[in-house]
Design a protein. Structure first.
Length: 114
């Protein structure tokens, strides 16, 4: 797991994966007190349940196809697409074709650190 003191984390493929729910798992890539980068792998049909949190979030679709809802706006997203969820805005995703999301949180998600 990357530490707060590490300025570089070059071999993220060696970071452990944590099962989150049926059809999805996450991998913490790097973090500091003000920011965190997390990779989330989805199997087709996997759901990132509707939720909200105090962290601002930017999500980049690395691969796959997803239906994403942020607030009242729902869109189909493909590789290269991005969404922004402001603090305390409800959001969710459903995986239509297996893929990976990169989630950035500010501040870091302390609840993700074991």
């Amino acid at each position: 797991m990357p530490t707060l003191e590490a300025p570089f984390q070059l071999d993220n493929n060696r970071q452990p994966w944590t099962p989150v729910a049926d059809g999805l798992r996450r991998q913490i890539l790097a973090y500091g007190p003000d920011m965190m980068l997390v990779r989330v792998a989805f199997e087709q049909g996997g759901i990132g349940a509707r939720h909200q949190h105090v962290h601002t979030q930017i999500t980049y679709v690395e691969s796959g196809v997803f239906t994403a809802t942020v607030g009242d706006d729902t869109r189909v997203m493909r590789a290269g697409d991005v969404f922004y969820a402001a603090s305390n805005v409800w959001h969710s995703v459903e995986c239509l074709e297996a893929g990976t999301l990169l989630d950035t949180f500010s501040p870091m998600r302390e609840d993700f650190i074991e």
